[in-house]
Each structure stands twice: as structure tokens, then as C-alpha cells.
Design a protein around this ligand. Structure first.
Ligand code: PAF
Length: 236
């Protein structure tokens, strides 16, 4: 697997592989690679894309600086895990390459924005679309792979591609779940004990309960948040 530490190294590689018409598949991540990410890579490889996983913990999508600072990071372990599925390349962009105009969010997508997560995490999706658009500009992928787990994110990125007329195919892949049914997420690495998991689930259940009082099931399904696409069947 090629390890690309900056845009210059990425550009050199892209220049080489583009000459024979190779198509690029991008898997954007914030690292702390788990089986969910690996299944995105496998999907990309299966479709014969030259598969590039990007790893960058994006400051502009966090509402809380503490949350950003304690986001789990383990470069060596991430590289080892990506090697197990024979990912073609891993890209660690530098912050100034993704944010050449300074570290700020741009509001580009308005659709779906007045509901659910946005209400509780103002600016989060602006941070996501800002960094994802930068990654698209730098990597120029032919296809991009996202998990259905982040259903609202998926919707917003579809809109980003449409609005900017980008020649990028968005491929959404089913969530990978642990034995207890929870979809895998890097965030869970922050939980040290079962008690913390229980506490987090209790808070989520409380939030969902409030959302159910405020929104119709259709609205909840369209912008699912913690309610994933496949939860629809169990709700109805
Ligand atoms: O889903 C994530 O890990 C992040 O939101 C993404 C898409 C990599 C942007 O930072």
C-alpha cells in the first residue's frame, strides 16, 4: 500500500496511474479504521477502482473542541488494518492543503438543513461538506464510498455532488454492525466501559424520544441521524 503524506505525493501518484485510464475510488475517513471502513475499501476494490483511503480528523465538523481533541487517532494501527484488505493507498492530507483559505466552514448545502442533527450540532454539516469538497478537488475521484450509517451525511453529500455537477459516482454501502446490532463507529473507541456505552445509549434514546414527539416518521426516515436506513422497517 502506498502511504501518501501530502498532496505532492498524491499528485505524483495520480499522474502515474491516470495515464492508463485507471479509475480512482475514494474512501474518506477520519481514521480509527474499523471493519465498517474496511468494507467500504473492499467494495471499492471489488469494483476495480484504485482505492485511496483518506485519513484526516476534520476540526470544522466538531462543535466541541474537547470532542475534537480526544477523537481517537492511531496512524500505525490504521495503516496495518488497511493493509489487511490490500487497500491501494492511504492519504494523510495536510490541514493547509484542505483549507488553503484558512480553517473555516463554508455553507454550501441548504437542503435538509433545518431538521434533526443540524439543530443540535449547528455547523457540523458545513464542516463536513467543506472538507469533503476539498478532498474531491484534490483527489478527483471517479467514485466515492460512504456508509449508510451516516444517513444524513450521505444525503448531504449526494446534494453536494449534484449542486456542483461533479463527475463523481456516490456509492453507499450497508452498515457493518457489531454483535449487539450497533453499527460500527470510531467514536465508540472513546468508550472505556460498558457503563459509558449504556450512558450514551440512554442519552440517544432520550433524544430519539424527543425527536419522535416533534417530527413525523417520514421526516425522521428522510434525515435518519442515529436512526439508520434499515431501521425504517422496524419503526413502521
Ligand atoms: O464520516 C466521516 O468520517 C467524516 O464525516 C468525513 C466524511 C470523513 C468527513 O470528515
Amino acid at each position: 500500500m502506498k502511504i501518501l503524506e501530502n498532496k505532492r505525493e498524491l499528485d505524483e501518484l495520480l499522474a502515474k496511474i491516470r495515464t492508463n485510464g485507471t479509475k480512482i475510488g475514494l474512501i474518506p475517513t477520519m481514521g480509527s479504521i474499523h471493519n465498517g471502513h474496511l468494507s467500504l475499501v473492499e467494495n471499492s476494490m471489488k469494483e476495480n477502482f484504485f482505492s485511496i483511503t483518506s485519513i484526516f480528523v476534520n476540526p470544522t465538523q466538531f462543535n466541541d473542541l474537547k470532542d475534537f481533541k480526544k477523537y481517537p487517532q492511531n496512524k500505525k494501527q490504521d495503516i496495518e488494518k488497511l493493509n489487511t484488505v490490500k487497500c491501494d493507498a492511504v492519504f494523510f492530507p495536510q490541514i493547509e492543503e484542505l483549507y488553503p483559505e484558512g480553517i473555516k466552514r463554508k455553507k454550501t448545502i441548504s437542503k435538509y438543513r433545518d431538521i434533526l442533527c443540524d439543530k443540535f450540532r449547528p455547523g457540523h454539516f458545513d464542516g463536513v461538506t467543506t472538507v469533503v469538497k476539498s478532498l474531491f478537488d484534490i483527489v478527483t475521484p471517479d467514485a466515492v464510498f460512504f456508509g449508510e450509517k451516516d444517513f444524513q451525511q450521505l444525503k448531504i453529500i449526494k446534494e453536494l455532488i449534484k449542486k456542483n455537477n461533479l463527475p463523481i459516482q456516490l456509492i453507499d454501502c450497508p452498515s457493518v454492525r457489531s454483535k449487539n446490532g450497533m453499527s460500527l463507529s470510531s467514536r465508540y473507541n472513546n468508550f472505556n466501559t460498558n457503563l459509558e456505552i449504556k450512558e450514551w445509549l440512554k442519552n440517544s434514546a432520550f433524544l430519539i424520544d424527543n425527536l419522535c414527539k416533534e417530527y413525523s416518521l417520514d421526516e425522521l426516515y428522510i434525515c435518519g441521524g442515529t436512526i439508520s436506513a434499515d431501521a425504517k422497517d422496524s419503526i413502521y
